[in-house]
Design a protein around this ligand. Sequence first.
Ligand SMILES: Cc1cc2nc3c(=O)[nH]c(=O)nc-3n(C[C@H](O)[C@H](O)[C@H](O)COP(=O)(O)O)c2cc1C
Length: 325
Amino acid sequence: MAPFRGITHKSWRNAFARHIGGFDEMFAPFISGAGVTKIHPDKLVDVVPLNDNLIPTVPQIIGIDADEIILLGTTLADLGFEELNWNLGCPFARIANKKRGCGLLPYPEILNEILDKVFGSVKINLSIKTRLGYHVPDEILSVIPILNQYPVHRVILHPRTGKQGYRGKANPEGYGRALQLINHPLIYNGDIYNLSQFRKLQMLFPGQKSWMLGRGALINPFLPKEIKGFVLTDEEKRKPMISFHFELWHRAWETQKHESRTLGAMKAIWHYMAGTFANGREVFRRIKRAKNRETYLDAVDFAMEQEFAGEADLEKYFFQLTKVG
Ligand SMILES: Cc1cc2nc3c(=O)[nH]c(=O)nc-3n(C[C@H](O)[C@H](O)[C@H](O)COP(=O)(O)O)c2cc1C
């Protein structure tokens, strides 16, 4: 499961594990400003203690300070984690303008300096999650030779550019080119919105062993199970969906404490999850309009009575999201 800051924090990941299942591992949303001389403990609450994670979880860091990556890696290794992922994919301008996230991709020489320092002393497996480039998809071609010089644990590639954000379509050809050149295990991530699309990508990359699901699984939480061969009826989905939501709702109250903030957190989830129902747009319209607990729970009752989305509905909902990002 891909990381989504603001959505797939520990409460989401554990609720998913308890009620839905199907993922082998999950990547946690990025940690930023972890600290260079001392790790701020509040930065770790989403991932520690190790045993609180019901599914094997990979923490992620964003930033370009080698000392910070080393210190966080060592701290996490001491806490029992086996891998730290480095975010070189985040497209948001306020991050990328500081050469963080995918903003580092146009500067392979700086990347080389950071990796040289990090791999000189890091005590944890370091993996990288990245894109084809920041401005243009060719940037990855100058980045791969650098990555190939270091014992990177694995690379997750989302074949969009940073400038694209999450809009438009992913570029599987660009992924194919990178796959030819890279010496590390490569994981595909992008636009896996239903089972047929997964099968198409599988035909395109027959040797591909690992896939990372993103918005497709936020929309249809049953997607990883379907990929693994489960065939679920609407009735088999309804109960886990209700209990998954119930837990998310209660955890949101515990963490947000106020009604409006709790509703805000739930609406961020429903922005995607409404698409699990055949008339997802209407479901989301009702959730979005909810002003308090009562009207929200009415909208949820409406949602939970709907038919589940078919392959075509899932595709439509996904691409409606990619129009706006
Ligand atoms: C709201 C939002 C938050 C995200 N947060 C993170 C993050 O913390 N770390 C990260 O590596 N990617 C993050 N991503 C990117 C996703 O993990 C994923 O790579 C992206 O959605 C592409 O996959 P998809 O086309 O299957 O959705 C985020 C994306 C969105 C839309």
